[in-house]
Design a protein around this ligand. Structure first.
Ligand code: SF4
Length: 351
């Protein structure tokens, strides 16, 4: 990317010296002002490739007792499951049902990948995983897989197999990082630390797999600064793309119950504060990372809080408008870590 620019010194919120690129007049990402996944991937893949969701019946080590019980406090997988899915159907039947729906919605799209989204889709016996992936890939209209999973469910043999599949198919590996802050991860009962994410992302990338990381902004215990620091931590990793979600409380989750008992323990962002945080986070991200999502939408029947509602189709333009108002864009506050480290070495000791 060409978004890095000359730098000068400025004061940060904590009054420490920092380096910040000088503003230039034109966003390298056009009107969107961030590195949008859709536009880039459409060009690279020669057209639109749509995801068709499937449920393979996997579970999660943070629910079945291997790592923990009860799961992450924000998790309710119903929030991610399209209404057309019928759990009792085979993967092939689910793909057929999904395609029936998607052909009506996107009549000009001809290429699809199977999206294993709910729970941890690399968690299970290797042969079972392979059979599920192969069933999806043997469908005549499926040209790849998107697999959502946890970082601690990616043993080397699974990564080797996915790398082998990636030679002939589209393979999108989505790893739930959620936060780069270990105290926050512990507080939401995530069951792994940030080091686990770093390890999984590095091992996947070393095999040539393209990783999409998933982060959630606004988790309890997270501060404004810790989230912006997280943007820097993620930018230092070999991540191809990022999905950013803002915290929303989903009915039936431990976090929703906690908020109902004690709202002060789960601070929620207002609409404008959330837009501003997303803009700040995007400014601090590497311009090389594609943004596959810049926010999330929970079905109204499942959402408990916050009260404000923005469809994704409204949220993304609001973020672009906020970046435009500031005259900024993705990466304008990002500096490669090596440079910052070098500068820190020359700071006086009291810094
Ligand atoms: S968010 Fe993912 S890792 Fe956490 S409990 Fe739910 S399925 Fe498991």
């Amino acid at each position: 990317m060409t978004a890095t620019r000359p730098i000068n010194r400025m004061k940060t919120a904590d009054n420490s010296d920092n380096l910040r690129p000088e503003p230039i007049a034109v966003s390298p990402f056009g009107k969107r002002r961030y590195h949008a996944w859709n536009e880039q991937v459409k060009v690279r893949r020669g057209g639109r490739v749509q995801k068709v969701s499937v449920i393979a019946g996997f579970t999660c080590p943070n629910r079945d007792g291997l790592v923990g019980w009860g799961g992450c406090t924000f998790c309710n997988n119903e929030g991610f499951t399209p209404g057309y899915l019928e759990r009792s159907q085979s993967i092939t039947e689910q793909i057929d049902a999904g395609l029936d729906f998607l052909h009506r919605r996107y009549p000009t799209t001809t290429r699809f990948i199977a999206y294993f989204q709910s729970y941890s889709n690399t968690y299970g016996e290797f042969e079972r995983l392979r059979a599920c992936y192969q069933e999806a890939l043997s469908h005549p209209q499926i040209c790849g897989l998107a697999l959502g999973t946890r970082p601690d469910c990616l043993p080397d043999d699974v990564l080797d197999y996915l790398a082998e599949l990636a030679r002939e198919h589209i393979i999108e590996l989505e790893i739930g990082v959620e936060s780069c802050n270990d105290a926050v991860l512990a507080r939401v009962n995530r069951g792994h630390d940030f080091a686990a994410s770093v390890d999984a992302i590095q091992r996947a990338a070393a095999r040539g797999l393209e990783v999409t990381a998933h982060v959630m902004l606004g988790l309890p215990g997270e501060s404004f600064q810790s989230m912006l620091d997280g943007a820097g931590e993620l930018s230092a990793l070999p991540i191809h793309a990022l999905k950013i979600h803002q915290l929303q409380l989903v009915r039936g989750t431990a976090l929703a119950r906690q908020w109902q008992r004690d709202p002060a323990s789960v601070p929620l962002l207002g609409e404008q504060a959330c837009i501003e945080l997303l803009a700040d986070f995007i400014e601090c991200l590497s311009p090389a990372i594609l943004l596959q999502r810049v926010g999330s939408e929970v079905p109204p029947s499942l959402k408990l809080a916050p009260e404000w509602n923005l469809r994704l189709s409204e949220l993304a333009p609001r973020i672009s408008a906020e970046l435009a108002r500031r005259g900024s864009w993705q990466g304008c506050r990002y500096l490669p870590r090596g440079y910052i480290a070098a500068c820190h070495e020359h700071r006086p000791p009291h810094h």
